[in-house]
Ligand binder design. Structure first.
Ligand code: IMP
Ligand code: MG
Length: 178
């Protein structure tokens, strides 16, 4: 069984982070329309908070993807489980993701969406684990950096559970080294 070991990021810290990102995004996209693409399911909670802090006209769309890393070619592939409803050609696209870990998912997804000829694409991630990178990827907007631990809550899951926790917590797994 798994066990919640400690709170890593409080709901208050999360709220401040969302505020800061919302302000920055609103400034950067002033006078522009945005297509905000939420990555299901992990980004759902962050997305709901973030869009209410963005002060620009926007439409909301969703994708669900899974990625595979191929170490022999140092890259990966993304499988689209749910695609966008909107055509993004000529649009400013802002991808909203829960966490960047290896970086493979976002690198592949950005490549896939660039092929649809948007005006621009940026990525906003609530959390970032830079120590786990397998590919060179950096989000345009990053909320909070986290250490190399498995975290849950605020949309992040373990086996589909814990997404509803308001704080981000560290999960200890049986057979782990701690
Ligand atoms: P990446 O392609 O390795 O960057 O994968 C990122 C995805 O892995 C995220 O969208 C999450 O679904 C999942 N993930 C990575 N780290 C964690 C974690 O600590 N807790 C929960 N999910 C995670
Ligand atoms: Mg995810």
């Amino acid at each position: 069984m798994e066990r919640i070991s400690k709170t890593l990021i409080s709901r208050e810290e999360i709220a401040e982070m969302v505020d800061r990102l919302g302000k920055q995004i609103s400034e950067d996209y002033k006078g522009k329309d945005i297509v905000v693409v939420g990555i299901l399911k992990g980004a759902a909670v962050f997305l709901a908070d973030l869009i209410r802090k963005i002060d620009c006209p926007l439409i909301l769309d969703f994708m669900q993807v899974s990625s595979y890393y191929n170490s022999t070619v140092s890259s990966g592939n993304v499988q689209i489980r749910k695609d966008l409803d909107y055509d993004i050609s000529g649009k400013h696209v802002l991808i909203v993701e829960d966490i960047i870990d290896s970086g493979v998912t976002m690198q592949c997804l950005k490549r896939e969406l660039f092929a649809r000829n948007p005006e621009s694409i940026k990525v906003c991630a609530a959390f970032d684990k830079p120590s786990r990178r397998k590919v060179d990827f950096k989000a345009d907007y990053t909320g909070i950096e986290v250490p190399d631990e498995f975290i849950i809550g605020y949309g992040l899951d373990y086996a589909g559970r814990y997404r509803n926790l308001p704080d981000v917590c560290v999960l200890e797994l049986d057979g782990g080294d701690k």
